[in-house]
Write a protein that binds this ligand. Sequence first.
Ligand SMILES: [Zn+2]
Ligand SMILES: [Zn+2]
Length: 325
Amino acid sequence: MPKFYLSTSAVLLACAVTAACSHAPATIPDITSSARGADTCRAAEVGVQVLGSGGPIAEGSRAGTSYAVWIDGKAQLLIDAGPGSFIRFGEAGLKVADLKAIALSHFHADHSAGLAGILNSGSFEASADPLLFIGPVAGSVFPGAGDLLSALVGREDGAWSYLSGYLDGGDGRRLLDVREIAASDTEQAPTTRIDISSDLTLIAIPVHHGEVPSLAYLVKAKGRDIVFASDQSAFSTGFDRVTRNIEPDLLVAHHVIPQGEGQPIGLHRPPSGIGTMAASIVPRMLLLSHHMERSFSRLQESLALIGAQFDGPTMIASDGTCIAL
Ligand SMILES: [Zn+2]
Ligand SMILES: [Zn+2]
């Protein structure tokens, strides 16, 4: 009888092909929903992909808030970078080098704590163009966009000062071009327009989110309008005025709290307030995101309250969801 010798790799290959070996995995992991969503967004002229559909509490499998705006097959704008968005960023195959801007709505950790990881990932990519970094000015106990970056990657005091090239262009890093936006006047809500490229414009609008300097963003991408309302309360009177009847293609609203007593309405819109906002803005589609157990467990009630005022299509965000526009 001839003797056969199989190398370890040959055994593993045979196992993978035949699934006959007991030590082989029972199933090969499916492609992630983020990768599937990326395929949809990559094929669209303009798409919005949810990288994180969760909130501040670690519950379930949702990452903290984050969205990517795709244009012509590349994710060019990152809105927020909550914890866990780093993983979705990689699953979706995004590259920091493709980004033209990162815009953070405010500096609660569920919207910003993934930033350092994404910047660290980007330090392994080559790109000469400056990267716009947009966020609110300082207020209350919160830093401004520049102070936040200094605390993260500043050469003197940054926690990860080895990445300080992002602030001075050293070490071959991509220079961050910081734009701090006034965010305190939520009644007059002075808008700030930033033309990022010929295809991409961002308009920042101050919103009321307790004492947290916070910005909503109206993004104009190749003729599509997208409103990222972010965390905001129903006291965002200036935002309501600025966005009335603008009829965007998509409104992304945060479904953070359920209806009823005892909820932090000084920070967030209850479902009825989301309905009021959508009825005022009149988007072609509404996407509910930033779900938490307290709100998601009462989703049907929330949808009924929103639907009483807004009768357009309403979608529920998951991590990876792509809305092609
Ligand atoms: Zn939040
Ligand atoms: Zn917040």
